[in-house]
Design a protein around this ligand. Structure first.
Ligand SMILES: Nc1ncnc2c1ncn2[C@@H]1O[C@H](COP(=O)(O)OP(=O)(O)O)[C@@H](O)[C@H]1O
Ligand SMILES: [Mg+2]
Length: 225
């Protein structure tokens, strides 16, 4: 589903990623681990076409993301949901409206939005927060809403860039459980994190990068740094 073929990305003189080759299959759950500055976010930004590699190729299904036209990027993005450490919900909109907004922007019909938003709220276990504003929700709840928003286009791939970074360990584990549930329903998940205990509890494939290179790639892996 995703193939990195000898990908190198530099920022100025420094290698953010160096000669990365990696294959990710449909339905996998990957923990992408490594210390701060290792290149995790860079790898994710290459997948969504936000950055381009200096050399090598990145294929997603049959799309060569490393050569994608700017005008095709919105179509790529609809196949990919992304959640970040920093949860950016619209403060003046309720949970429901935050999720609906992603569909409105895409020009979806009101009748479809009215049907889809409650379904996705149920998926993330927050039906009762539909009418709550972001300031009325906990960090963990806000991240669930952000995940719901990321899933609204039914993406084939969900990327998390340190999505538990600002959460306490109980809320963090709840978010991981949710990601595992989403993965179980068929969505491929890539979780970039340096939360060692979480990764060791997940017992799925672990890809470790250090200074822009893959140093470890193991099924049912552990956090090895
Ligand atoms: N936009 C950028 N401009 C310059 N350097 C960058 C940029 N993005 C990342 N880097 C550098 O690339 C390296 C990898 O960064 P990053 O992918 O953010 O690591 P991680 O997400 O693992 O913490 C770091 O040395 C970082 O400083
Ligand atoms: Mg990062």
């Amino acid at each position: 589903m995703i193939k990195f073929d000898k990908v190198t990305k530099t920022f100025g003189p420094a290698h953010a990623l160096q000669d990365i080759s990696l294959e990710i299959h449909k339905g996998e759950f990957i923990s992408l681990v490594g210390q701060s500055g290792a290149g995790k976010s860079t790898l994710l930004s290459l997948i969504i076409g936000e950055e381009r590699p200096d050399s090598g190729r990145i294929l997603i299904d049959d799309i060569d993301v490393s050569r994608i036209r700017r005008t095709d990027i919105p179509y790529l993005r609809r196949k990919i949901g992304v959640v970040f450490q920093d949860i950016k919900l619209l403060p003046n909109r309720t949970a429901s409206e935050n999720i609906a907004f992603a569909l409105e922007v895409a020009g979806e019909k009101a009748s479809v939005i009215a049907l889809e938003v409650p379904k996705i709220l149920e998926m993330v276990g927050l039906e009762e927060k539909a009418k709550s504003f972001p300031h009325e929700m906990s960090g963990g709840e806000k991240q669930r809403i952000a995940i719901a928003r990321a899933l609204i286009h039914k993406p084939v791939l969900l990327l998390g860039d340190e999505p538990t970074g600002n959460l306490d360990s109980i809320n963090a584990w709840d978010i991981i459980q949710l990601l595992l549930k989403i993965n179980k329903s068929g969505t491929t998940v890539i979780l970039a994190t340096h939360a060692k205990d979480l990764v060791n509890s997940i017992k799925k494939r672990v890809v470790t990068i250090e200074k822009g290179q893959i140093i470890y790639d193991q099924q049912k892996g552990k956090y090895v740094l």
